[in-house]
Every structure is written in C-alpha cells, then in structure tokens.
Design a protein around this ligand. Structure first.
Ligand SMILES: CC(=O)SCCNC(=O)CCNC(=O)[C@H](O)C(C)(C)COP(=O)(O)OP(=O)(O)OC[C@H]1O[C@@H](n2cnc3c(N)ncnc32)[C@H](O)[C@@H]1OP(=O)(O)O
Ligand SMILES: CC(C)C(=O)C(=O)O
Length: 532
C-alpha cells in the first residue's frame, strides 16, 4: 500500500529509502572525524550515489558539526537528498537541528530516546512514563518546525515489546513520519528484528501511515542480515554507512545492502535510487578522506571482491565468470575482475596472463616449462607481479632454442670461505657438470660456466636490479660481453641473485654463439674441451 510522505510524496510499497549516516554514526568511529570540506565532498558523492537521506551530523554536538549540517543543507537547498540532523529529546538539541537543517529543500529533524529498561534506568534515569512524555513533547516540538520528523527508539531491539509499542504509538500521535528501531548494540538475530517490526506494524495504531526504519550495528557481524530481515518484515527505510563504518564494529554497509537487494531480487523484490556503479568510487573517496582502507576481503568494494587466485576458480571464470561471480564487477564500479597469479593458480590462468601481457601463443611444452618455473617462484613469493611473469617467460620460453641451458647450480659461500660453484649445463642436448671457485659467489659461478663451456670473452658489464619490491623480489641481472668490438647483452631473472646472474651469463653466451655462427660458422664449438 502506498504511503504519503512529507518529503517523498507518494511512496509505493516496493520503494526502499536509503538513509545514509556515514557523516553522523560513521563519523563516530574512532579516528574517522571529517572536516567541513571533507563532509561536503562526501555529501556530494552520497547525493550522486542516489541516497535519499543524508544524516549530516548531530547539530548540537559542536559548532563544527552545526556548520557542517548547515553547509550540507545549503548545498541541497534546491533539490537532492533530504538533510537530517540528530537530536536528543531536548528542546535545545531539537532547535539546533531545526536551525541547521532549515536551508535544505527537504529538512528532517531526527530525535532519539532510549526505550530499553536498562538505558532508561541506568543512563537516562527516567521512568517509562517520563520517557513517554518526553517522546510526545520532543516530537511535537520538532513537528512545529519541520514536516519531516524521524523518531528513533535507542536500544529499541532490547526494549520490552509492549512498552515499545506504546512509545511508537506516542511518537506517531505526536507527528513522527518515520519510526526507526535501532539494534543499537548489534545484539539481535534476523528473526528477532523481523518479529519486532511485524509486532509494531500489527499492533500500533497509525503504523500504516509511517515509514518504518532499521538501523543495525555490526557487533556480531549481523548488521546487513538484520537489515534485510527488517525489509522483509515491512521496513522501507534502511540506515547504513559507506564501508560499514560507525560506532564500535560499525553499521550495516550501504554497498552490501544495496547489492543484496539488487542481486537477490528474487526474494527481495524492491526498488531503490542507488546508482550501484558509483559504489566503488564512493567507498574509495571515504577511504581517502578518512585514511582508512577497507579490508581486502570486504564484500563489493574490497580489493579481492572480484579477484580469483585459485586455478579451479580461474579456469571457471575464464570459461564463464558467472561460475564464481554473483554480480558483475562493472555493476559496482570495478572495470573488470582480476585473475591474480599465485601458488594456487593453474595453467588456464597462466596462459590467459601471457595473452594479456601480449605474448604470442606458445606450445604446451613451452607453457609447461614456464608454468613449472612460475610455480616455483609463486612458492617463494607472496605476490607474483606481471613483471615477474614477463621476466620468467622472457627467460625461459623465448629461449627454448638456446644451445646452452642452465640446468643446475649450487653455490657454497660464507665468512672466511672461498665461494665454490657447482654447475650443470645442457649443451646441444648433452648435460655437462663442473665446479670452480671465485672471488665471490657470482665470480665462482661465472668461472664454473667457463669451466663447463670453455670460451674467452671480455665481460664488460654486470648489473643487478630489482624487478619488484620486497626482499622476495626477483632480481634482474644484465651482463655484457665484448668480442671483436661487438657487444652482446644477456638478461636473467630469479628471486636468487646468483641464479639470475648465471641465467644472464648463459643468455649472453647463447647470443654470442648465434652472432659467431652468423659471422664464422667454424667457431661455434667451444674453444677448448671441458676438463674431465
Ligand atoms: C546511539 C547513538 O549513536 S546516539 C548518538 C551518539 N552520539 C554522540 O553522543 C555524539 C555527540 N555527542 C556529544 O557531543 C555530547 O555527548 C552532547 C553534546 C550530545 C552532550 O554532551 P554533555 O552535555 O556533556 O553530556 P554527556 O555526553 O556527558 O552525557 C549525555 C547526557 O545526555 C543524556 N541523554 C542521553 N541520551 C539522551 C536522549 N536521547 N535524550 C535526552 N537526553 C539524553 C544522558 O542521560 C546524559 O545526561 P546527564 O548528563 O544528565 O546524565
Ligand atoms: C541514533 C540512533 C539511531 C543510533 O545511532 C543507534 O541507536 O545506534
């Protein structure tokens, strides 16, 4: 049944109002305070996102809060969202909220008063009758100044249901147009929340004329589930925050509720004004403003929300993304999903990555060689970057026709010992082994190469650089030889600098052999036979 609302006009029964409290309850997260300019930027983003109500602050809390509410109200003096300010059930609070929200085209005064026995006795030190009187007078006062008044029963979910019904009836009689029942301490289960709203809607006279609202905290990780349960029990306004920020463990996360409504329309057949493609942008803006990133596994907006690392999932996603994605990344503002290469990845994702990096199609044998080496790196590194993949493919796959290949290398080194390298090369398909000492691990390794594959060449350059960051980064080594005035460079990479050096040397050697072959075919054999 449609409801006539002072701010929204006729509201059809399937319309969900998104009340965003990022700037009020969200700002109550320790360390999340925002200045006026930041709040204005956030308010603009929330309006672009399509939220219906922005709770801009708690006007009496401080002059800064008052100014923020007022500035946001001024910003939306023509159109845009309803602008609300929170107030205790005190005349001074209410009048501050009235004054601060007045410039808005659609102002709302929001009044809160606790209704649980615990809060009334311990915190407010008020009797039930005093609370009922306070509800009547505070809501009545607000209604004298604003058409749109929301009343909230703080700790409503832990309140005696008969008393809560009397409170809600009093608020409606006094003129409240939205009735919010918060799960202030995040204690409830979805069935508790549904039962409360069903009881209120069935038992309170006038309930059919107001919008019921849910405001759930996340102390047990139930905020979103409780919000959806509330919607199914007849609630049509949901209070949530971007990234789920808020007092203690936070509030229901707006992006999760919005996407649950969109993705599970089969069981939640409702409409909202949320522009879901702006969810990621808004989340990132809040993170930038507050300096707090969301955790990587955060639903919808976390870095991993559309990232797949394991081979079986990656293979499925490559065949059809709907195997492992219940919504498209684009629908919430990501440009694409990502297949993250790691030790759980399979050949399908590895081949896909090579294609994405622009490598030509390679045969199964080459792919298997490169994949084996990739798994080896992935075992050692936390993150395998595109640069790592490119380096190992350049190293391995594109040198499949090399005459000399590095097959094995062991280096013994340490304090007060002469480094010794034991090395195995495959030369024209035949394995040969040798060992040598040197003035350092790299020198010993190069000597061992020269011992297994004798040649004379001038080493003009030896340079090491790190491909990515961290102590587990791959090293890329470059060596340069000069022969008869001609230069050849070789590159090698590995998480072990000595192995990378050996690869680089062998690479340069192969290039030298090709060069010699072009100029003097007779010289392509090693200049001396290896020692036995
Ligand atoms: C569940 C929620 O999230 S409610 C919103 C919570 N947010 C905030 O509190 C942030 C803004 N708050 C503030 O800046 C301050 O607390 C103020 C300005 C509101 C009040 O500051 P103070 O006057 O110094 O009071 P203080 O915060 O110490 O204590 C709160 C007082 O309000 C009373 N109170 C609490 N809730 C209500 C209410 N809904 N209606 C009326 N009085 C209330 C308390 O009983 C207490 O009264 P007492 O001092 O007579 O014991
Ligand atoms: C002010 C109310 C809605 C609140 O934040 C709560 O009870 O958690």
């Amino acid at each position: 049944m449609a409801i006539e609302h002072p701010s929204f006009g006729k509201l059809e029964d399937d319309r969900i109002i998104f009340f965003d409290t990022t700037l009020r309850d969200g700002e109550q997260s320790p360390g999340f305070s925002m200045n006026l300019e930041e709040k204005l930027r956030m308010a603009e983003a929330l309006a672009d996102l399509g939220v219906d109500v922005i709770e801009a602050g708690f006007a009496i809390a401080s002059p800064g809060d008052f100014d923020s509410v007022k500035s946001i109200a001024q910003r939306f003096s023509k159109d845009g969202p309803v602008v609300a300010s929170l107030s205790r059930a005190h005349q001074a609070d209410i009048m501050r909220s009235v004054e601060a929200t007045k410039p808005a085209a659609r102002p709302r005064v929001h009044i809160v008063l606790a209704t649980s026995d615990l809060h009334m006795r311990v915190k407010l030190r008020m009797s039930r009758e005093e609370v009922l009187e306070s509800i009547a007078s505070s809501v009545g006062l607000a209604r004298n100044h604003a058409a749109d008044v929301e009343w909230s029963a703080e700790d409503g979910s832990r309140s005696d249901i008969d008393f809560l019904c009397r409170c809600v009836e009093t608020a409606i009689r006094a003129g409240a147009t939205t009735i919010n029942i918060p799960d202030t301490v995040g204690y409830s289960m979805p069935e508790d929340i549904a039962a409360i709203f069903r009881a209120l809607r069935e038992r309170v006279p006038g309930a059919e004329k107001v919008i019921f609202s849910a405001h759930n905290h996340n102390d047990l990780g139930m905020a979103v589930a409780n919000t959806l349960a509330a919607v199914r029990a007849g609630v049509r306004q949901i209070e949530s925050t971007i990234n789920g920020i808020g007092e203690r463990a936070g509030n229901a996360s707006l992006e999760e509720v919005a996407m649950a409504l969109r993705t599970r329309r089969d069981v939640l057949p409702f409409r909202s004004n949320i522009v879901t493609t702006s969810l990621l942008r808004t989340s990132k803006l809040l993170a930038t403003i507050t300096g707090f990133d969301v955790q990587p596994n955060k639903a919808i907006v976390g870095r991993n929300a559309f990232a797949h690392e394991s081979g079986i999932h990656q293979d499925g996603v490559l065949k059809d993304a709907s195997t492992y994605e219940i919504m498209t990344p684009e629908s919430v503002g990501w440009t694409t999903n990502s297949l993250v290469l790691g030790k759980h990845s399979g050949r399908a994702a590895f081949r896909d990555k090579l294609r994405a990096l622009g490598y030509p199609e390679i045969g199964d044998n080459q792919l298997n060689d490169a994949f084996r080496r990739f798994k080896d790196i992935a075992d050692r590194k936390k993150v395998v970057y595109d640069e790592d993949v490119a380096a190992l493919v350049d190293d391995e796959v594109l040198r499949a026709h090399d005459r000399v290949k590095l097959v094995g290398l062991t280096v013994a080194t340490g304090l007060n010992t002469r480094p010794m390298a034991t090395l195995k090369l495959e030369i024209d398909g035949e394995e040969r082994e040798g060992m040598a000492v040197g003035d350092g691990a790299v020198d010993a390794t190069f000597n061992a190469i020269r011992q297994v594959f004798p040649h004379e060449v001038a080493l003009k350059l030896y340079a090491v650089q790190s491909i990515t960051g961290g102590t587990d980064a791959q090293a890329r080594v470059t060596v340069r030889f000069e022969e008869h005035g001609k230069l050849v460079d070789g590159q090698g990479s590995d998480t072990d600098t000595i192995v990378a050096s050996a690869r680089a040397y062998v690479h340069a050697l192969n290039k030298l052999l090709v060069k010699r072959e072009r100029t003097a075919p007779a010289e392509i054999v090693p200049s001396r036979q290896p020692a036995a």
